[in-house]
Design a protein around this ligand. Sequence first.
Ligand code: 9MR
Length: 281
Amino acid sequence: NDLTAEWEMKWDPTENTRGTFNFPGGDAIVAFAEANGMQVKGHALIWHQALPGWVASLSAPELRIAFEDHIRGVAGHYRGQVRAWDVVNEAIDDSGRGLRDTVFLRGLGADYVAEAFRLARQADPDAELIYNDYSAEGLGDKSDAVYDLVKGLKQRGVPIDGVGMQMHISATGYPSLANIAANMRRLGALGLKVNISEMDVRISDVSGDLTTRLQVQRQVYHDIVTVCVAEPACESVTFWGFTDAHTWVDAFFGPDDPLLFDERYYAKPAFSGVEDAYLGR
Ligand code: 9MR
């Protein structure tokens, strides 16, 4: 009952040429959702990837104008049509020490994160505004840095409503369920909602035959979705694709089968694992 655009609402497709906005893909997703009783979460207004080349060539004052125009242009276009936005994506450095070195940090300074949320609130006052990141699902340096960032935003009255935990994981190694739950709880205690925003579970490194590996995958999906169901702060789970025929994982990590439906679009064991989680089984 909830859709997110994997590509279509990013900067590169929506404003490939400065000041010229195009929304064919995102509009099609919104129309499909409306026709099928689904809601849409927008993804992602400010990210250091999927940027057209012209952004990197701007002077700092021009970047500020383009940054404001982009958020107003995209969030304004979808005003009232999306339930939420990933406003800033992946702004914490992988070291867990502070903000990632990006064109936005260099040109606009650390306050660009707060500014993005303020602009998004103005452009679409009813959308839930989310900070989204990866490798920050459990407890550790990076999730501490995400926590510190969003806590600071909340304390300063910046309009942020939630945190997305991407959850791109391998069945052979992922944060403990207890730590995922603890992280959800501490974010919830700040008054923030939490969502699992881009879940997929790789199984190419799991030993055993395919049947065994699919059962391991089923268990991981089941257990993590169960954490979300159990934690009051966790409001939704999004899978980063639905059929193994189309997944970013194949290109990035090598051939894998990380999603809930197989390449022929048949439900996998992982699907019933998720179903069981939602039914409390
Ligand atoms: O899955 C997405 C892939 O199709 C795109 O080519 C890529 C670049 O825009 O982004 C992928 O999605 C990423 C998401 O937007 C942010 N978190 C990591 C995801 C996987 O790279």
